[in-house]
Write a protein that binds this ligand. Sequence first.
Ligand code: ADP
Ligand code: MG
Length: 698
Amino acid sequence: MDLSVRDITFCKNVGSRRADILRKELKVVTALDLLYHFPYRYIDRSRFYRISEIADEDTAVQIIGQITEYHSIGVGPSKRLSATFTDGTSNIELVWFKGVKYVKLELNTPYLLFGKPSLFNHTWNIVHPELTPMSKVKPEMTLGLEPQYPTTEGMKRAGMTSKGLRQIIASLLPDLRAGVPDTLGADLKAKYKLVSLTEALLNVHFPKDTASMQRARERLKFEELFYIQLQILRQAKRREKNIGYPMPLVGKKFHAFYRDHLPFELTGAQKRVLHEIHGDLKSGRQMNRLLQGDVGSGKTLVALLCALLAADNGYQTCIMVPTEILAKQHMETVSRMLEGTGVKVALLTGSTTRVQRGPLHEALRSGEIDILIGTHALIEDEVQFANLGLCIIDEQHRFGVKQRSRLWLKNEHAPHILVMTATPIPRTLAMTMYGDLQVSTIDELPPGRKPVQTFHYTFNRRQSINDFIRKQIALGRQIYVVYPLIKENEKLDMQDLQNGFNQLCETFPEYRISMVHGQMKAADKEAQMQRFVQGETQILVATTVIEVGVNVPNATVMIIENAERFGLSQLHQLRGRVGRGADQSYCVLVTRTELAKPTRQRMDIMVATNDGFKIADTDLKLRGPGEMEGTLQSGTPFELRIASLVTDGQLLEIARHAAKDILDEDPDLSSDMNRIYKHRLDILRQSGQANMLWGEIL
Ligand code: ADP
Ligand code: MG
């Protein structure tokens, strides 16, 4: 039966409970969908290691040896079992935390040991190893490449570990061998020397050998990148025809502000990006531009100047930001700068009351208001503009795609779009994600900034950290202390935050401390925040609600607790909250003592550099392999199933060319030969896999 219509529920070893989980966690509905769930790596079961050869924590190893001693520790549920395993070259510790009573060990019997070593207290050990008596080892266990599949916690609980998935997928092989319809045309396969889809799927899951596995992966990576590019380039072609409101004038409002109200000289980079943006605004075509610039590089000012250009041409602007606090802060900054210019600004957030909304709506409809600053309340609300011409979206990564697309409906044509982000995007990622999006970069900070100094402390050096806090406060400065908040264990995190707050209160009875977190009422949050902004409190304890954009120049110390749990770009964003005034600022990363290698690398790069671009590159490099750790947590805004933005840059260019060649000849993909591509794009779109791209909504 055709695998693409075969419901996964009815496949061998699945059933309705597992099918539910597969659907929810992997979006797998059909048997073919599951075949597109690729191994993240292969373990070479034909290779045997000696214990003395073990060199890193990332490679699972297979060793033949014996147990010389074992003992259990503790009682009841916390009982552990520990054993010493030797192969004559050295020893390794084996540890079991779970299911201890089922583990049966025999001394001086040859075993085949398999597992991933880790270093603990300077000795190698393997937690929950696979241990098989040599007498029971079947030849196929030690042959060839064994695929390892990414899984989620939910999948594991339902027995769909990597091994479980291997069994399910293996049972699909007979039908797969009968052949599946290809997703690439014969000419394309010939031109780029790609194997058929059937062969690729067979060899990606159960490779005959390394060479056929590599050919399979190359073909599947090509397919993935090719369809993304096809999608993006088609969208781009369509968008070229989008009319944009023409804004040729540089008029009174802009000039008056520039001459009389600009508090400082623009940096060279600010001038350059402004020029690029103005080029788009006057072109008559709709602008889609990404403005990237590190934290503190002065994007707000650029946004304001763009809004003035729009106003000079008779258009309104909305500036959308992710949080209420940030909206208020922008409102204050912008209205202060605009004082005396006659340009009208208004604020709309979730806490704007019904009574306030009435006149606000009216003023927007009449065109009296030039600039509207707000949170997503601004799109959900039924506001109508007299003539919305420009949308500026700040800190874009916080907005969902759906939310953004609603902005487009506020005027006859789509307004010009400027997306501002402080998280620079590496080139390969930009090409894949945005493809056609224009990018402007502010690569220069305003003069006179002192780079933030960053330190990495382990939590057992609390005393030094506290001393440091005391010294800085004595100098009149303020301190942020930030805790991670992760959805999955929000409760525990809140406890961390509360404990942290209590401890600080105990340690510093002489200081006043505010606390903010996402679960507080907006008004309370705002009040706590304001106390800190006004300098009434010296310390602000917070979850990441402060991550984006707040500006308190007197705060010079950013302490990030449990820093190991933050991603690099988040750490960098948080650090950007300090270093905004004239004083030397500091960032302290507090972690536990034993860190996995990638985590240590994250801390090291943070200490070593303040350059957001370097950090973004490292992030991608570290996350590349990180994404393959065997748990699904996509770091990128959309999921790449098999290609890697770190290592497949070249293949990406080739796939892009292939897509471009086809579209140049047949933009609608209507020829017989190209129908296959159109069909596949439709399927991808229906399954929601293409929607994650920007292109889809513009
Ligand atoms: P971000 O790019 O992170 O949004 P902001 O727009 O908040 O940065 O700017 C950070 C700070 O730098 C603000 O206090 C702003 O007033 C100041 N600033 C912006 N441009 C300049 C400039 N050309 N010269 C000096 N200070 C500037
Ligand atoms: Mg900003």
